[in-house]
Design a protein around this ligand. Structure first.
Ligand SMILES: N[C@@H](CCC(=O)N[C@@H](CS)C(=O)NCC(=O)O)C(=O)O
Length: 200
């Protein structure tokens, strides 16, 4: 298999954590790319018309995207979607990914838009999604995520790691003591320490 990859992408990190946790990390050749909405990697776009990472190429040559589909492809056979709460876990993953979507739009707004094009109200609206989802995760994670690893654990860990990377001043731990304690432990897993993004 081949994986289109960038080390700071939290969606790529989800896939890498699943690969490590399921013993498949050695089965994947990493293809490093740099891609943004205003500078799309052509080789990647030939496989994924959306031009987004992660994109997995299976041994049969099939392109699989996005991170939710790839994680299910890799993780379902390894029990990451227990049948008794698979839909709840997928919804929780969608919420965590939605935080990433909102956060990344804010990062792009700052990095890729000229100053005169930026909208403070629009950024505030995106960050409100982040805050509401953090509150929901604080209320929900303990009952939903048990001791055994699921896709919910992976999505939450990568989401919180990305907030630390790109929004260190957000202070998400304030008001979310359950998440803070959970992440303190979860971030020490070998799959998480092996995929810590570079500070760039
Ligand atoms: N829903 C997608 C989101 C992937 C995504 O937005 N990846 C970013 C990198 S972190 C990207 O490739 N951006 C390039 C673009 O938007 O053109 C997933 O879960 O895989």
């Amino acid at each position: 298999m081949k994986l289109y990859h960038a080390p700071t992408s939290p969606y790529v990190r989800k896939v890498m954590v699943v690969l490590h946790e399921t013993g498949q990390a050695g089965d994947v050749e990493i293809v490093s790319v740099s891609t943004t909405p205003v500078s799309t990697d052509a080789g990647l776009a030939a496989e994924n018309p959306l031009g987004k990472i992660p994109c997995l190429i299976t041994d049969a040559g099939e392109a699989v995207y996005d991170s939710r589909v790839i994680c299910a492809f890799l993780g379902e056979p390894h029990g990451l979607y227990p049948a008794d709460r698979a839909t709840a876990l997928r919804t929780f993953e969608a919420m965590c990914d939605g935080v990433l979507d909102a956060a990344i739009l804010c990062v792009y707004e700052k990095r890729l838009r000229e100053e005169g094009q930026r909208s403070d109200a629009w950024v505030a609206g995106q960050m409100a999604k982040v805050t509401r989802a953090l509150d929901a995760a604080e209320a929900r994670h303990a009952a939903l995520l048990g001791a055994d690893l699921t896709i919910g654990h992976v999505a939450l860990g990568c989401m919180l790691g990305y907030l630390d990377l790109r929004f260190p001043d957000l202070g998400w731990r304030d008001g979310h003591p359950g998440l803070a304690a959970w992440y303190e432990t979860f971030s020490q897993r070998p799959s998480m320490t092996a995929t810590v993004p570079p500070a760039a």
